[in-house]
Design a protein around this ligand. Structure first.
Ligand SMILES: *Cc1c(COP(=O)(O)O)cnc(C)c1O
Length: 397
């Protein structure tokens, strides 16, 4: 349905801007074309090169590139050994995949609340949910901001838990100077086009643990090995490979890996521009009492994936829905990240009830993501700011 801008006036922009989009340059295109002309479309050298590059970028000892971020989470949950009867504590404000990976393994996700100022998972909430069945934590670097590693790692050490970091938003972010990807037991990345770097689709797991690394490599390709040391019936027959686990085909292609290698060359530029845009938004919204600006913990040096516009609804005459629609009518296309995972009807069917994470639910009711991506011009950013301020004026109590 076409929407008129509020007050019937002309929208702030003539052409719509989405909340996120990829940036592809000639070097990216050339990298893909060269790979397509080469010998390997999959299973070739670009994948190993990508994994080496991911180790350099994240400081991790090992990286396993896979077909997407969800596959990365699934393999991490399997490698962690989650299964029937286990509980895994998961951030409540995240994409469903962070929690679905626990269900894939037959284990039970238990949702932790967020902090109402950083929107990241609250370590105190995690602590309050630990039972004798708890085996691990899936913590999301929401918007790209690093989770509170010191606190979460302490909980994991104390209770012998596996720490899986969902860093789908957070490539390029550091915590106390250490890159995301080098700290948790396993860190999962996504390279979907809205994320900071893209392979079209793509994902990866990084780890410093050799055992986990070997397990992840095995599970990525059906659980089949060519390494006699991993076989139950080793032989030196040239054709022989053996399936020793139930794995999957979660391989990424070589042309996606080539695109990702080329994208990662631009990560510093991508990160710098994202930071500039966040600064412009923060400066514009800092002193607007109708808007709550996301707090950053000083430990996180963040490459921001999302910019959250959170409304102080008690100062406005509209609800989030009205503001969202009105912003769209201005040709600024926001998105909402995210429905608390357990509000999805599938989770409702599993027996999860509303009310378990009050901060997450209050956050959800008042928030939306506004455009943030590398190729936004200053003029685009100013349009977004103008549109938001126009609506705040209009809906102010
Ligand atoms: C994008 C995303 C995923 C899933 O990644 P895909 O590559 O789309 O499978 C998982 N977790 C979070 C937080 C995400 O944003």
């Amino acid at each position: 349905m076409e929407q008129l801008a509020i007050m019937g006036g002309t929208p702030v922009r003539e052409t719509p801007i989405a909340y996120g989009r990829q940036y592809i340059d000639d070097a990216d295109i050339q990298a893909v074309v060269e790979t397509l002309k080469g010998d390997y479309l999959t299973g070739g050298p670009k994948i190993a090169a990508l994994e080496k590059k991911l180790c350099e970028v994240t400081g991790a000892r090992y990286a396993v590139a896979v077909s997407n971020g969800t596959a990365a989470l699934h393999l991490a949950a399997l490698a962690a050994g989650f299964g029937e009867g286990d509980e895994v504590i998961v951030s409540s404000i995240t994409f469903a995949a962070s929690s679905n990976c626990v269900l894939y393994c037959g284990a039970k996700p238990v949702f932790a609340d967020i902090k109402s100022d950083t929107y990241n998972v609250d370590p105190q909430s995690i602590r309050s949910l630990i039972t004798p069945r708890t085996r691990g934590i899936v913590a999301v670097d929401f918007t790209g901001q690093a989770v509170e590693h010191d606190a979460i790692e302490a909980i994991c050490r104390e209770h012998g838990l596996v720490f899986i970091e969902d860093a789908a938003h957070a490539i390029g972010t550091k915590y106390k100077g250490r890159p995301v990807g080098s700290m948790a037991d396993m860190t999962c990345f996504s390279f979907h086009p809205v994320k900071t770097v893209t392979g079209g689709e793509g994902g990866a797991i990084t780890t410093n643990d050799e055992q986990l690394y070997r397990k992840l490599m095995l599970l990525r390709t059906h659980g089949i090995t060519r390494d006699p040391e991993q076989m139950v019936h080793p032989t030196d027959a040239g054709w022989y490979n053996e399936q020793v686990e139930l794995g999957y085909n979660y391989r990424i292609t070589d042309f996606q890996a080539a695109l990702l290698l080329s994208q990662l060359d631009k990560l510093d530029r991508f990160a710098a521009r994202r930071k500039e845009i966040v600064k412009m938004y923060d400066a514009a919204f800092q002193d607007v009492p109708e808007i709550q600006v996301q707090r950053e913990i000083p430990e996180s040096e963040t490459t921001r994936h999302l910019y959250i516009l959170r409304l102080n609804l008690d100062r406005l005459t509209c609800d989030r829905r009205q503001f969202f629609d009105a912003l769209r009518a201005e040709n600024i296309c926001p998105q909402v990240h995210y429905l608390p995972v357990y509000w999805h009807s599938y989770y409702e069917k599993l027996g999860y009830e509303k009310g378990i994470c009050p901060n997450a639910e209050a956050y959800y009711e008042a928030s939306m993501s506004i455009p943030l991506y590398y190729s936004l011009s200053d003029e685009d950013v100013l349009d977004v700011i103008r549109a938001v301020k126009k609506l705040i004026e209009f809906y102010r109590k």
